[in-house]
Write a protein that binds this ligand. Structure first.
Ligand code: FES
Length: 231
C-alpha cells in the first residue's frame, strides 16, 4: 500500500506505506527555532496515530481514549492558492492562509516573517524571510518571488510528532513531503509539502492544528493533560 494517511470517523489517523515517524522538539537556539530529536519511536508499515489526545500510548492510538471523541472535519477544502492572501513585500511576496499551529518558526532573530516583508529588498532580510516561510510546519506561509517563482524546500515524506515550543507541552503532527491525507468521506485533501494535523482533539479546524492545544495546555502523556490542568 502506498504512503497515505486516512482519517477515521471519531477515531485515529491510519498511516500506511511505512511512513518514517520521529518525535521532534521545537527549541530556540541563537535566535531561531530549530528541531531537536525526541524519543525514538517504533517504525512500522501501518500504524494508528491518536487524534483525540487521550491515548495512554501517545502518539499512537491505544483504542480506548476516543470512545467519547467527536472528530468532525471542519476545515475549508479549497486549495491553498485560493485560501491564501498574497502579501506584497519590498523584494518578495508572502502567501498566508492564517492556518497556524504556533510552531514559532516564523520568528527569526526577533523579527516575524510579516515584519521582514517591508525590508525584503535587502538580500539578507529576503533570505531570512524565505527560511521563515519555508520552515512553517503548518504550511501557512509560502514565499513567492515577484516573477511568481515559489520557494519550497524538498522534503522527504515523513511524520514529526511535535513537542514544544513551550517547555513540557505537546503540539500537532507535522506531515511533510506530500503524503496524501484522506477524509472520513473519502475525499483527498490538497496534497501539500507541509501540513500540521491536530492530535490534541480540540482543534476547531479539524483535521488541522489551529493552536488550540496551547490554551488547553496539551501534553501527550497519561491520557492528555488538558483534562488534568493541575499536572
Ligand atoms: S494539536 Fe494543535 S490544535 Fe490540536
Amino acid at each position: 500500500m502506498g504512503m497515505g494517511i486516512r482519517i477515521t470517523e471519531d477515531g485515529p489517523y491510519i498511516v500506511t506505506g511505512g511512513v518514517p515517524i520521529y518525535e521532534k522538539r521545537i527549541v530556540k537556539r541563537d535566535g531561531v527555532y530549530v528541531w531537536e530529536d525526541g524519543r525514538e519511536l517504533p517504525q512500522s508499515e501501518v500504524y494508528a496515530l491518536c487524534r483525540c489526545g487521550r491515548s495512554d500510548n501517545a502518539p499512537f492510538c491505544d483504542g480506548s481514549g476516543h470512545k467519547r471523541f467527536k472528530g468532525t472535519e471542519k476545515a475549508d477544502r479549497s486549495p491553498y492558492s485560493e485560501r491564501a492572501e498574497r502579501l506584497e513585500g519590498a523584494g518578495i511576496d508572502l502567501m498566508d492562509d492564517v492556518r497556524c499551529g504556533k510552531a514559532m518558526f516564523c520568528h527569526r532573530h526577533g523579527r516575524s516573517t510579516w515584519d521582514m516583508l517591508k525590508d525584503s529588498d535587502d538580500p539578507d532580510v529576503r533570505n531570512e524571510l524565505i527560511r521563515a516561510a519555508c520552515e512553517c510546519p503548518a504550511g501557512r506561509t509560502v514565499a513567492v518571488d515577484k516573477d511568481g517563482n515559489v520557494h519550497e524546500d524538498t522534503l522527504e515524506p515523513a511524520i514529526y510528532i511535535v513537542q514544544g515550543p513551550e517547555p513540557g507541552r505537546s503540539g500537532g503532527i507535522y506531515v511533510m513531503g506530500g503524503i496524501p491525507i484522506t477524509s472520513v468521506d473519502g475525499e483527498v485533501y490538497e496534497v501539500r509539502n507541509r501540513v500540521l494535523l491536530c492530535r490534541c482533539g480540540a482543534s476547531r479546524n479539524m483535521p488541522f492544528c489551529d493552536a488550540t492545544h496551547i490554551n488547553r495546555m496539551f501534553k501527550d502523556t497519561r491520557g492528555g493533560s488538558f483534562l488534568r490542568k493541575k499536572d
